[in-house]
Design a protein around this ligand. Structure first.
Ligand SMILES: NC(=[NH2+])NCCC[C@H](N)C(=O)O
Ligand SMILES: [Mn+2]
Ligand SMILES: [Mn+2]
Length: 323
């Protein structure tokens, strides 16, 4: 059902948040990223959101490991690791996010590794399509492009590939991941913060003409202008008000700010630049979904610091103001 009232989709979300805790690490090799949700909840995020006057609904009132759904064996296909496990987790996650969005809640997903964006963006885009007849826009904040195909990946880790599935770049899919429906158009995606992009990924970005603001553009224009340009880019169709999903990989931040993550890359966003992105997206009134991923409490000596930053980015995206 397409809507005449251009801004009606905004009714999806004002004061209700559906939080899904994805304690999953199968998209990459390092243990510990599955403890992200536990640490974020221990840091009192739910209470903090309630103190901001949100009604918070925690999916099934628990942290999901999805272990009961894991296949008994999951041999690599080519070099792609754990495709069936990543597939089944994301299939369930798609439904979880879909039902929050369908019922008009903002959707917050706490990870977990970035392969989970397959499910979060599939579920969100399906709900947005059904409710409002609109395409979902995605801002991907990350040091990495996460757009490898199963053919181009060098590591075989699926957290480096979610976007290729969502964009439908893999024509021939692999067992466990065949169900994924391409739900994202290249023109509806924008990156912020890139600085470690593999050669094959650079070719994909060029081929599909995908908008990306790397750290170079942030140095050149400043974060304020970069975020404006990113939002403008995602506002060219229809009434320029399409709903936005923010997929925030904590490794977009500089390792001096967020050290507890599996694939840190120096030269990243400052604390303020990260927060500015979240604050500015909140201000648009168009944010419908947020992923906070790749917080790995098992890495580094002061993982609380990274966890605390993750929580404060989340609050910023949901409207915590400085004044
Ligand atoms: N979500 C992430 N942290 N991704 C890192 C990906 C790194 C590398 N490009 C790979 O494919 O393995
Ligand atoms: Mn990353
Ligand atoms: Mn990522």
């Amino acid at each position: 059902m397409a809507l005449d009232n251009a801004s009606e989709w905004k009714y999806i979300s004002k004061r209700d948040i559906g939080v899904t805790c994805v304690a999953f690490s199968g998209g990459q090799p390092r243990e510990g990223v599955d403890m992200g949700p536990e640490y974020v909840l221990k840091a009192n995020l739910i209470q903090q959101l309630q103190d901001m006057n949100f009604n918070v609904m925690l999916t099934d009132n628990k942290i999901h490991t999805y272990k009961e759904f894991f296949p008994e064996s999951d041999q690599p296909i080519g070099i792609v690791k754990r495709p069936r496990t990543v597939g089944v987790v994301n299939k369930i996650l798609t439904k979880q996010v879909y039902s929050h969005a369908k019922e008009g809640r903002l959707a917050l997903q706490i990870g977990g590794d970035h392969s989970m964006a397959i499910g979060t963006i599939s579920g969100m885009s399906q709900a947005i399509k059904e409710r409002f007849g609109r395409d979902l826009k995605v801002i991907w904040v990350d040091a990495h492009a996460d757009i490898h195909t199963v053919e181009s990946t060098e590591s075989g880790n699926l957290h480096g590939m979610p976007l290729s599935f969502l964009l439908g770049l893999v024509k021939k899919s692999i067992e466990g991941l065949e169900w994924i429906e391409p739900c994202l158009k290249p023109q509806n995606l924008t990156y912020i913060g890139l600085r470690d992009v593999d050669k094959a990924e650079k070719e994909i970005l060029k081929k599909y003409n995908i908008k990306a603001f790397s750290m170079h553009e942030i140095d050149r224009y400043g974060i304020g202008q970069v975020v404006d340009m990113a939002i403008d880019y995602l506002s060219q169709d229809g009434d320029g008000q399409g709903p936005i999903h923010l997929s925030f990989d904590i490794d977009a931040l500089d390792p001096s700010v967020a050290a507890s993550t599996g694939t840190p890359v120096r030269g990243g966003l400052t604390f303020r630049e990260g927060h500015y992105i979240c604050e500015a997206l909140h201000k648009t009134g168009r944010l419908v979904g947020l992923d906070m991923v790749e917080v790995n409490p098992a890495i580094g000596n002061h993982c609380e610091d990274t966890v605390t930053v993750g929580c404060s980015l989340i609050r910023a995206a949901f409207g915590e103001s400085l004044l």
